[in-house]
Design a protein around this ligand. Structure first.
Ligand code: SF4
Length: 324
């Protein structure tokens, strides 16, 4: 069941150098209780998409087209007050660096009690019990002690767990997790991803997981949307795309993953760089880097084609790749 649908979302930033086209008309759907990976290189528009959904874009950003439907209500048409209700209550966000997202002046306990008080008024004793129960749910040790510690007294992994507890306090339907493990070492990264999977399973929370790491997508997500230069290159079920990637960009990303036994050999790279957001792009945005580029690619933007149900790619050669 569709919970959140992004339709033709288009976002620009006004800068001293001119308009930066960050998102150039993207579409995807998040279903209830699934984890969807939003993947691509830096500058592809992943974080801008997440911030557009929750209404936290910078002042110089402008959404010039599209709709963001949450339970059939267009979030872009809500008043500031109505959007404030959605943010945190229904859709929460976890940021990459919990150290800067948590308030250094207040204990973790005080911060979570504030969120609980705002979203479900109750007696102080009940709030404290709820807060400790959330700390336990996210795997923080000694929840009673946690009520009295400040963010700087926690490790990076514990800070991220505290952030997740804060985001859960209002019992949201959707969590947008923006590179939640980038600042953590691999062991803690695995624990935090495990925690997201448990929350999705046990609380039926839908998650948009923003990452540049396809390995994380393979382990954690059911659906994946591959972004390139503010457009969707390929999207669909994780198994389908990992088994038979169709878009040359997705193939390049997968080929660039380190493989067991490849120690000592050069990693594959996709030559070139993501185009500047200042460029207007008439044809396929990947054309300057694509080994299969044809004349049509430079002048005509490829439309989405179904390869199979639940797997779509935007490439003029989709039929050739699908047949192969
Ligand atoms: Fe390459 Fe053309 Fe496909 Fe773009 S449309 S990915 S340039 S083959």
């Amino acid at each position: 069941m569709a919970l959140l649908s992004i339709e033709n979302l288009t976002v620009e930033f006004n800068t001293p150098f001119g308009a930066v086209y960050a998102i150039r008309g993207i579409d995807f759907t998040l279903r209830k209780g699934e984890i969807l990976g939003l993947v691509g290189e830096t500058g592809c528009g992943k974080s801008v998409t997440g911030r557009s959904i929750i209404g936290l874009l910078d002042d110089n950003a402008r959404i010039t087209a599209g709709r963001i439907l949450f339970e059939d209500v267009d979030l872009l048409r809500l008043s500031d007050a109505a959007m404030h209700e959605v943010r945190g209550n229904r859709i929460a966000m976890i940021f990459q660096d919990p150290a800067t997202a948590l308030n250094p002046l207040f204990t973790i306990g005080a911060q979570i009690m504030d969120v609980l008080r705002a979203h479900r008024p109750a007696k102080r004793g009940d709030l404290k019990t709820d807060a400790m129960s959330l700390f336990a749910d996210v795997g923080l040790p000694d929840p009673a002690q946690m009520m009295h510690v400040y963010p700087h007294q926690l490790s990076g992994g514990q800070q991220q767990r505290a952030m997740i507890a804060l985001s859960l306090a209002a019992e949201p339907d959707v969590i947008i997790a923006d590179e939640p493990t980038t600042a953590l070492d691999v062991t803690i990264q695995a624990q935090i991803l495990d925690l997201l999977r448990v929350l999705q399973r046990e609380r039926s929370i839908s998650v948009i997981l923003i990452t540049h790491d396809l390995g994380i997508v393979a382990e954690t997500c059911q659906q994946v949307v591959v972004l390139y230069a503010g457009r969707v290159a390929e999207k669909g079920a994780v198994e389908a795309i990992f088994a038979a990637p169709q878009h040359p960009y997705t193939r390049g990303l997968l080929a660039a993953l380190p493989r067991p036994g490849s120690r000592g050999s050069d990693l594959q790279v996709i030559a070139g760089a993501v185009p500047s957001g200042l460029e207007r792009i008439a044809g396929c945005a990947f054309a300057p880097r694509c080994e299969y580029v044809m004349e049509i690619c430079r002048g005509q933007q490829p439309a989405f084609s179904d390869i199979k149900q639940a797997h779509q790619s935007a490439c003029h050669l989709h039929e050739t790749f699908a047949d192969a």
